[in-house]
Design a protein around this ligand. Structure first.
Ligand SMILES: NC(=O)C1=CN([C@@H]2O[C@H](COP(=O)(O)OP(=O)(O)OC[C@H]3O[C@@H](n4cnc5c(N)ncnc54)[C@H](O)[C@@H]3O)[C@@H](O)[C@H]2O)C=CC1
Ligand SMILES: O=C(O)[C@@H]1CCC=N1
Length: 273
């Protein structure tokens, strides 16, 4: 593993998950700096992963080779302005942005320089090494490309996209989609409670079933997901009744429409921010 130092600017949910995945997968915690304005969040990431922490973004900018911009998109303008005013020479540093809805062009405008910039669209299962990261690069060297690949492979699987616009597709398919699965799990959990299961059992039943279904798909790559579904569905049986109801109610189209809404929102943010 490279000895480059990497700083996460704005260590909230997403960067906490990436840092956790990196440390659990052997990345040297001494080479990771986490920043946040919030001291409690910094104390937690320091305690959990033994990384360096600071509330001074400029110190992290100065000390790191690779800078991960991970504040909310709406906060990015102010952050980049503070970097411009910091007096730190960051012209040779590699930037990675995990923000939705901010293009490389816009980020470079915000930073006031044509810095090397990789856009990454991770997801929160990165914390467990079960993440997916979509990557799009602009101007990085082969060794930087390799470094970024290694970092995000610590957190799960990685896919490079050729067009920057595909980052918005990745948001719909993997960045936001843990929430779709959680919504589905919430719906089953809620109904389980309505059927009389206590809270703890409702939670255990739904999470174990979701995990089991995902592991069945993962462990049997030669069997289509559709076939796995079919294997549960006895002709004229109970699953058939439930699945037909979901189909009649338009689940497949609803999911496709939701993913389009996700992409449209990312495109709108590109115009707004
Ligand atoms: N949460 C997710 O599932 C995903 C989030 N993202 C992207 O990751 C970025 C961060 O999202 P989250 O982690 O969910 O947000 P978050 O709100 O949990 O984390 C951002 C953190 O930045 C801190 N912060 C804000 N301004 C700061 C500043 N100037 N200096 C230092 N710290 C500052 C806040 O205190 C906060 O803890 C966003 O741009 C989002 O688009 C991308 C993929 C998935
Ligand atoms: O909701 C959001 O905007 C971010 C990007 C992908 C997941 N969370």
């Amino acid at each position: 593993m490279s000895d480059k130092t990497i700083a996460f600017i704005g260590t909230g949910n997403m960067s906490y998950a990436i840092i956790g995945g990196m440390v659990k997968n052997g990345f040297n915690a001494n080479n990771i700096i986490a920043t946040n304005r919030n001291q409690e969040k910094l104390a937690k990431v320091a305690a959990d992963f033994k990384v360096k922490t600071t509330s001074d973004n400029n110190e992290a900018l100065r000390d790191a080779d690779v800078i991960v911009l991970s504040v909310k998109p709406q906060m990015m303008g102010d952050l980049c302005k503070s970097f411009q005013e910091s007096g730190v020479d960051f012209s040779d540093k590699l930037f990675i942005s995990v923000a939705a809805g901010l293009t490389v062009k816009r980020l470079r405008e915000m930073l006031g320089q044509d810095v090397k910039m990789i856009r990454c669209m991770p997801n929160t299962p990165s914390l467990l090494g079960r993440g997916v990261s979509g990557l799009y690069g602009a101007g990085e060297t082969p060794s930087e490309h390799e470094f970024v690949q290694q970092v995000f492979e610590c957190t799960g699987i990685v896919v490079w996209v050729e067009q920057e616009s595909q980052i918005n597709d990745i948001i719909a398919v993997t960045g936001s989609s843990p929430a779709y699965f959680f919504l589905f799990m919430e719906a089953i959990e809620e109904k389980a409670k309505a059927l009389g299961f206590n809270d703890a059992d409702a939670r255990r039943l739904v999470q174990q079933t979701a995990l089991g279904a995902a592991e069945m798909a993962l462990s049997q790559p030669d069997i289509t997901i559709s076939q796995l579904r079919s294997n549960v569905t006895s002709k004229g049986g109970t699953t058939h009744a439930a699945v037909e109801h979901l189909k009649d109610k338009g689940l497949t189209q609803t999911v496709a429409d939701a993913m389009d809404a996700c992409i449209t929102r990312a495109q709108q943010m590109e115009q707004e921010l």
